[in-house]
Design a protein around this ligand. Structure first.
Ligand code: NAP
Length: 279
């Protein structure tokens, strides 16, 4: 159940829409020189360029202070050439991540982390939602996984994956259980799931006897090991599950595709007479 082909299709559609809209800009702010973050930013820029979206690469020194960061965000908010804006995390310890997220104009918040957008998602209203969560739902839809009335279990409650995935599943009329590190009997919760989404970051946390026969399993986890990228789900789960996304090549490629799609949606709002955000 690969994500690459679907991600390619979404990116091609984004490119078509971007060409229709004219010049689009996606700005990223990277503080410091964390190599992993620099790689992620590089991938986002390359994908944006490929889709005809102009990347704007703002780099700030590792010791930048909060005021300077907020000033740079404000300048990009005010810049009409910028349709989407994100602040790459993690930020160095002297910086307040939540304050930076809240400083981004919600209409340009392509990461979907501004409380306005997160609140709209919670209320079940159209919004810009985090790209990885949108990618999970797009994959489930691509493979016609029935969500209405399904028992969905989400393991992990981060603001970028677990929480928004749970809200999106709820909007689709699944009966949703959220699990985390303090869940009393995680195995029992997982075994009850028709749809199981795992976003924890512990390699092979989910093994075959923790999965219901025929369940749809989405593995969001990515851990770098000496043997390459490893997911949260043991690949042997494929023998039990009806559907399992691979790592790598499952949710991973979807994230950038949906980030670009969010940029197009944000641009449509800013250029059109539509009420925010675009539904
Ligand atoms: P995170 O912020 O570290 O959150 C991890 C979540 O897992 C927390 O809610 C934590 O519970 C829960 N958890 C930890 N240990 C657990 C256990 N033993 N049993 C049950 N739950 C447990 O992580 P994240 O940012 O959501 O990322 C999760 C994974 O997805 C990582 O491997 C990350 O690399 C990957 N990821 C992939 C993509 C992609 O594009 N494919 C995007 C984002 C993240 P508490 O809340 O109780 O601490």
């Amino acid at each position: 159940m690969a994500g690459r082909a679907l991600a390619e299709r979404i990116r091609a559609e984004v490119a078509r829409e971007a060409a229709e809209l004219g010049r689009l800009g996606l700005a990223t702010i990277l503080v410091g020189d964390d190599p992993a973050s620099a790689v992620y930013i590089g991938h986002k820029h390359a994908a944006a360029e490929q889709a005809g979206i102009e990347p704007v690469d703002v780099r700030l020194p590792v010791d930048v202070d909060q005021d300077e960061l907020l000033e740079r965000i404000a300048a990009l908010n005010a810049d009409d050439a910028i349709d989407g804006l994100l602040v790459q995390t993690p930020l160095p310890p002297q910086l307040d991540e939540a304050a930076a997220q809240e400083a981004v104009d919600p209409a340009k918040d392509v990461d979907g982390l501004h409380p306005t957008n997160a609140g709209r998602l919670y209320l079940g209203r159209p919004t810009l939602a985090p790209a990885t969560a949108l990618g999970v739902l797009a994959l489930l839809d691509e493979y016609d996984v029935a969500l209405e009335g399904a028992r969905a279990v989400v393991v992990g409650r981060s603001e970028i994956v677990g929480r928004p995935v749970a809200q999106l599943l709820l909007q689709r009329n699944a009966t949703v259980t959220m699990c985390h590190s303090k869940t009393a009997d995680l195995a029992a919760e997982m075994r009850a799931a028709d749809v199981l989404v795992v976003a924890v970051g512990i390699p092979h946390l989910v093994i075959p006897d923790k999965v219901k026969a025929g369940a749809a399993v989405v593995d969001v986890g990515i851990t770098r090991t000496a043997d390459g990228l490893v997911g949260d789900v043991d690949p042997a789960v494929a023998e039990v599950a009806g559907f399992l996304t691979p790592v790598p090549g499952g949710v991973g490629p979807m994230t950038i595709a949906l980030l670009l799609q969010n940029t197009v949606r944000a641009a449509r709002y800013r250029r059109g007479p539509l009420a925010f955000p675009v539904g």
